[in-house]
Design a protein around this ligand. Structure first.
Ligand code: HEM
Length: 286
């Protein structure tokens, strides 16, 4: 990965700075070219510029943070849709209301059921299962309801020591039955048409009730891109194919890695795997 990333950086530098620093090709707008140009700008003091090693390190970050997350989310969306054929047909019918084969971002964002399907996928199958934080100082965490300790004493705050690791399960939060109701673990996109008021307290992005991109100052930098990327992929795939499960639902599980990918439990040695049956869509039916 590092040798490929080094090659990409040196190729990009050559492409956008063909002769001298001042005559760069301003038409290049991919992420790396924009970063390289900003880094070379004369307005950036030398000590604030990224080194080549730092530039190269951005590439694996975006491959893991940007590619693995969205591609696995899309796989989970297809898996959920394959298990819910009526939902899949309803989504396809909405997608065929657009005549364009290449919809704009605004057109994709105008489709309400597609929005519900994407949000519901990220709620039930958010690819980042948890985040950890380390307390930089002693603190006291206020609780929404008290807990009873071993001695039977009630507490409405929780003391935190400096250096303590706080483990936050995104999936447990997203599937909490006290927030989402008894069917919290089920894939039901319609729930987003009437969000329970308890979900309003979740500190998430881009909606206050979705925790998958986390929250706070370092929340996911790519969430807008990711949402529209998933929509574009589903738009093309669901209009072209009917997706059916190729193996029983109980044979598909979550991988154990940091990014939750689907695995085929009968053959776990294959790594991320999702057997599916694809049939061409009969467009006359829509
Ligand atoms: C379904 C898709 C995605 C999910 C669920 C997701 C989730 C997350 C989460 C939970 C974090 C940690 C936030 C925190 O620590 O507060 C994060 C950080 C990050 N994400 Fe995403 N992400 C997704 C897609 C993307 C995409 C498409 C990109 C880039 C194009 C991206 C780039 C990043 C980067 C660079 C960070 C680190 C931000 C920082 O530390 O300041 N992510 N993401």
């Amino acid at each position: 990965m590092l040798s490929i990333a080094s090659q990409i950086v040196s190729d990009s530098k050559r492409d956008i700075f063909p002769q001298a620093e001042k005559s760069f090709d301003s038409s290049k707008r991919d992420l790396l070219s924009v970063l390289l140009k900003a880094n070379m700008s004369t307005s950036v003091p030398a000590h604030q510029r990224m080194s080549d090693a730092e530039l190269i390190a951005q590439i694996p970050t975006f491959v893991l943070a940007g590619h693995e997350t969205t591609s696995n989310s899309t796989s989970w969306a297809l898996h959920s849709l394959s298990l819910h054929p009526a939902t899949q047909r309803k989504l396809r019918a909405e997608l065929f209301t657009l005549s364009s084969e290449n919809p704009t971002m605004e057109e994709l964002n105008s489709l309400p059921y597609l929005e519900c399907v994407v949000r519901e996928t990220l709620r039930v199958h958010g690819p980042v299962a948890f985040m950890d934080r380390i307390a930089t100082q002693d603190d006291v965490l206020p609780l929404s309801r008290p807990y009873i300790d071993k001695a039977g004493k009630s507490h409405d705050t929780f003391p935190i020591r400096k250096g303590q690791i706080i483990h936050m399960s995104i999936l447990a939060f997203n599937r909490d039955t006290e927030i989402w109701g008894p069917d919290a673990g089920e894939f039901r996109p319609e729930r987003w048409e009437n969000v329970p008021s308890a979900a309003g307290a979740i500190p998430g992005m881009p909606h206050p009730n979705l925790f998958s991109f986390f929250a706070g100052q370092t929340n996911c930098i790519g969430y807008r891109f990711s949402l529209v990327e998933m929509k574009a992929l589903l738009f093309t795939l669901i209009r072209a194919f009917e997706f059916e499960p190729a193996v029983p639902k109980s044979s598909i599980g979550h991988g154990a890695g940091f990014i939750h990918s689907p695995i085929y439990l009968d053959e776990p040695e294959r790594g991320s795997t999702l057997p599916m049956i694809l049939k061409p869509v009969n467009k006359q039916e829509y």
